[in-house]
Design a protein around this ligand. Structure first.
Ligand SMILES: Cc1cn([C@H]2C[C@H](O)[C@@H](COP(=O)(O)OP(=O)(O)OP(=O)(O)O)O2)c(=O)[nH]c1=O
Length: 208
């Protein structure tokens, strides 16, 4: 029965929760999974996004074992990786890292990969990989200095947030916008629909 499906979002990212809310999806539970996100040696950015999304979803599923509604739970997780060629741009830790990332992105194309994993109630894994190409304008020194001072880069893959001030740096974008923010909505809905989750449930005022 589609109505009985419970959605667990294995994420602590406010962006992912907001994006789901934008399309009327409210997870029944949030389970942030704090994993080591260090890339393996020579790991391709796409492979990293896939591996980490699977790791987050399966870790959450494991932690839920024994839950009374275990057999009704869908566990969703995502991981977003920004890359210039094969080079992965981690989440900057310091001002200098953020500044280096922006210098690298300036006037160039880069790719944003999100791995999406849905673990089904029977323990099956459904996976989607989504890629968006983004081109930044050539950034002036003042763009970089002021952006770094804004602090918006904190906790963001690649050191920027397209949904904020850095939206003004984007000269071109090919693919899913929501993918860059952290959760590709079209693909997420397709995955959920495929597993019997009623995504339209909350679209009507009378819905409970
Ligand atoms: C490129 C980009 C990333 N981001 C954010 C989304 C993600 O929160 C983060 C990518 O890091 P992730 O490791 O994918 O996610 P997270 O650690 O923040 O959250 P969790 O693992 O608990 O789900 O970067 C933006 O908000 N805007 C952007 O434009």
């Amino acid at each position: 029965m589609s109505k009985s499906r419970k959605l667990i979002l294995a994420s602590g990212s406010p962006r992912r929760l907001e994006l789901l809310g934008q399309v009327g999806i409210e997870p029944d539970r949030l389970m942030p999974m704090d994993l080591d996100e260090t890339p393996a040696k020579a790991e391709h950015p796409r492979a990293l996004a896939k591996r980490l999304s699977v790791a987050k979803a399966t870790a959450a599923r494991k932690a839920l074992k024994g839950d009374p509604v275990w057999d009704r739970q869908l566990v969703l997780a995502a991981d977003t990786v920004v890359a210039v060629g094969r080079r992965i741009l981690r989440k900057p830790e310091h001002l200098d890292d953020a500044s280096d990332a922006l210098h690298l992105l300036s006037g160039r194309n880069h790719r944003v990969f999100t791995g999406l994993t849905l673990v089904t109630p029977s323990g099956g894994q459904r996976l989607r990989m989504v890629e968006t190409r983004v081109r930044f304008k050539r950034l002036a020194r003042a763009d970089i200095e002021n952006y770094v001072a804004s602090g918006e880069w904190r906790g963001k893959a690649g050191g920027y947030a397209i949904q904020g001030l850095a939206g003004g740096f984007v000269a071109r974008l090919v693919g899913s916008y929501s993918n860059v923010v952290g959760l590709p909505l079209y693909e997420t809905i397709a995955l959920l629909n495929g597993e019997g989750y009623d995504v339209h449930r909350s679209w009507h005022a009378e819905a409970g």
